[in-house]
Design a protein around this ligand. Sequence first.
Ligand SMILES: Nc1nc2c(ncn2[C@@H]2O[C@H](COP(=O)(O)OP(=O)(O)OP(=O)(O)O)[C@@H](O)[C@H]2O)c(=O)[nH]1
Ligand SMILES: [Mg+2]
Length: 442
Amino acid sequence: MAVTTRLSWNEERSLQKLLGNVSLRLLSKSSVHEHLFNNCQLQGSTITVVYFSNIIIGVFIPGHYPIATELSEPISSFCFSFQRHKATEMTTVVLEAEVKIISGELIFCSFDQKMLSIDPSKAKLSMHRSLSSKLKMFYSGNTFCECEVFRVEGIKDDTTYVSKVTRAAKHMNQLLEELRAFKPNVDLISEIRILLLGPVGSGKSSFINSVRSAFQGRLTRQAIVGSDDTSITEQYRTYSVKDGNDGKSLAFRLCDSMGLHEKEGVGLCMDDIPHILKGCVPDRYEFSPHKPITPYDPAFITSPSLKDRIHCVAYVLDIKSISNLSSKMVAKFKQIQKEVLKCGIACVVLLTKMGNCSKTLQENFSNMDKSMTSQSQIIQVSKLLDIPTYNIFMVENYTSELELDPFKDTLILFVLRQMLRLVNDMLEDMPLEETEGKTGKE
Ligand SMILES: Nc1nc2c(ncn2[C@@H]2O[C@H](COP(=O)(O)OP(=O)(O)OP(=O)(O)O)[C@@H](O)[C@H]2O)c(=O)[nH]1
Ligand SMILES: [Mg+2]
């Protein structure tokens, strides 16, 4: 009888992709092999996968499997989980630990604390609470139905890839934690409002979808995206962002606008912008390129408060378009920037369509800010819009992908964190009377 895996096709694909397009070869299976781990030694890097009814827990071990009783040097590894009731949702957590096998039990220890242990003879898995909460393993029983070990083939071609992935996952988890805990430092505001402004087709709506996807742990495409000479986005939309962990909305909202066009009467009407910034435009307002909203419009919000205002403007520009922005477009940006500064709003620039940005990150993760600011386009944009280089970021949005990419996610979350930090700094600096319930500036 052929020994086959319990991993679904999608789960196997997600793992292969995460490890750099490797292939997985099943070595051992607890329902078939009595001494499960005996078959796994001297096989190179492996993945050990444990199956429960609703969740799969796995651990990647770089290099050879530990030899019974021998304590290994601490290894940089990672654990993952798949929630089986959701569509291939994978969570990864970095695990720096010593690995050993004692009496047939695979044990991971960090600073003398048992983080994870797998005992195939008793079908038992134990996990430290800190690890189980990160892997979203909320269940009381710990008897599993099956344990499988796979050899990871093809990984030797790029031995540094896994350490890059594990570093990216570590970075991403830290960012996620910080963003989940983020609170505006003014009591009157429960959500920071970030407005995306930029030329038609620059990637504003795609950025919103990318942020939402990074938090959901799967690709979501709620904002409509596309390519046309005129803006695809015709309505003003404000999107909340939900945390995939508990479904709660996070403390920021992303506001999508119609694209700017160099021609008058096409794209977002310039006279709409001050009203959007002050919070006078409601969600789902239908833009008209020829006719701005006025206080006589029944939908106009006449007395917006501090919480309704825009707190951060993110100018979105396609990186390839920078050197040929028309003078009319530049003039529009300068006019907007004047208004933004007048309203005391934080601003950043997002440069999209950076084809190789995941690669740049893979090469140099710890040096994210440095590698980003060394680009000549950033300096060019900084001069053009009079925005400091440290507030100009490159991103690569999700477009036609089917699965999340840890490098893209990390960059998207990094940019978001910088925006929120900037807004909090500005709010802290705001005159007291404004943060104590006075309505928006007129
Ligand atoms: N390669 C690549 N394509 C992108 C990126 N961001 C957006 N796109 C593509 O660019 C096109 C326009 O993207 P949208 O997100 O609709 O741009 P927008 O700024 O919302 O456009 P309007 O609403 O029309 O003003 C789509 O085909 C996207 O798939 C990116 O970072 N990289
Ligand atoms: Mg759009």
